[in-house]
Design a protein around this ligand. Structure first.
Ligand code: G6P
Length: 367
């Protein structure tokens, strides 16, 4: 297939804007919208009797898997063994026949992830491949293939594939909860309906682009940046930092907000922009107290929150970006759009090669 940029300046920009459509496609393959129930591709996976989930990936796919850890715990009460493939494959992790092993890879060709698949094959209940390329090596070696249906992703920095991975993994965690009896019909329907609304909410989030661009302009000359989040938004902060460093070459660290005082706070001064992802919910006040700590050290803070969080935050920080209200567990879907737009616009303003950043490859097929 020949893919072009259309009206967009970069593939990355095009792919960011394709997400309402790509997300609708993947949720359409996982959810029966009429009935508000899981369906389709997930029927082939059975978590009954599974005692643990093993989640392995590299790069951005690893950060998608890191969000999924929270979902498997929350929806299915399952312990999760989570690691990057280059570590996991060499560890002597005990493996059991009641483990479900899930490998996440956009390309399905990442060498370490493929080696990790081979490492567990035959030693666990089943090997699931969450991929964008169903003909890939990882897909061929897995027991079951789950497609994120993102369409070809050309930009080296993953955007729509990451969000597609989140969609697949959220629905998969819900399926796990259903299979082990923790999620009843009402809970299934309420989450399935909330997931089905995400393409529209992502589309609304994209309309924040002009405001994100203004924040980006304040970050172009930064040397170091810090991204913070808690709960399900902690791994989102890691991904946001990865995205920025990959394409703008600005040093970015992602941290769980509660870990701030165990290190990164030593680096904070007025030259370090701090980007905070926070949903209104039980953890909101804790995150705001972290925000106050960095503000006291002169940091310029951008808070990304929902309408209720905006009210509670009472104008704290230098910039606020208000994403649509969404169930707390699903907040990464809307926050990730802001993270992508922010990285993209900082890179464009810096004039770096957005689609082909130096030293990086779309798919790492060497070890
Ligand atoms: C490279 C790419 C990343 C990607 C990672 C894993 O580092 O630049 O965008 O997240 O590989 O790739 P995979 O195809 O396994 O998801």
């Amino acid at each position: 297939v020949l893919v072009d940029k259309g009206e967009h300046k970069h593939f990355m920009h095009k792919e960011i804007h394709e997400q309402p459509a790509s997300l609708a496609r993947v949720f359409g393959s996982l959810i029966d919208l009429q009935k508000g129930r899981l369906s389709g591709d997930l029927d082939k996976v059975d978590f009954s009797g599974v005692r643990r989930v093993v989640l392995v990936a590299c790069g951005t796919a690893y950060y998608a898997a890191s969000v999924a850890k929270y979902w498997f715990e929350e929806f299915a009460d399952l312990p999760v063994e989570l690691d990057v493939a280059s570590e996991f494959r060499y560890r002597s992790t005990p493996l059991r026949d009641d483990d479900m092993a899930i490998f996440v890879s956009q390309s399905g060709e990442t060498a370490d992830t493929l080696a990790a698949v081979r490492h567990v094959k035959g030693r666990v209940r089943a090997v699931l491949a969450v991929v964008n390329v169903p003909t890939s090596s990882i897909a061929r070696e897995a027991d079951h293939v789950l497609e994120i249906l993102a369409g070809p992703e050309i930009g080296v920095a993953s955007t729509k594939a990451y969000v597609g991975q989140l969609a697949l993994l959220a629905a998969l965690a819900l399926k796990a909860g259903k299979d082990n009896g923790l999620v009843g019909t009402d809970a299934e329907t309420s989450l399935a309906v909330a997931m089905a609304a995400l393409p529209r909410l992502v589309s609304e989030t994209l309309s924040l682009e002009p405001m994100v661009q203004q924040v980006a302009a304040t970050m172009v000359s930064a040397r170091d940046t810090l991204f913070l989040g808690r709960g399900v938004l902690a791994p989102l902060a890691f991904e946001a930092a990865l995205k920025l460093k990959e394409i703008s070459y600005i040093h970015a660290e992602g941290y769980a907000a509660g870990e701030l005082k165990h290190g990164p706070i030593a680096l904070i001064d007025e030259h370090v922009p701090v980007i905070v992802f926070a949903s209104s919910g039980p953890l909101f006040e804790k995150t705001i107290s972290n925000v106050q700590e960095v503000i006291a050290r002169g940091a310029r803070v951008t808070l990304i929150t929902d309408p209720q969080g905006a009210v509670l935050a009472k104008g704290i920080g230098d910039h606020m970006l208000i994403v649509p209200a969404v169930r707390e567990e699903l907040a990464p879907f809307v926050h990730s759009i802001v993270a992508q737009l922010l990285a993209y616009h900082v890179a464009v303003l810096k004039g770096t090669d957005v689609d082909q950043p130096r030293n990086l490859a779309k798919s790492v097929t060497v070890e």
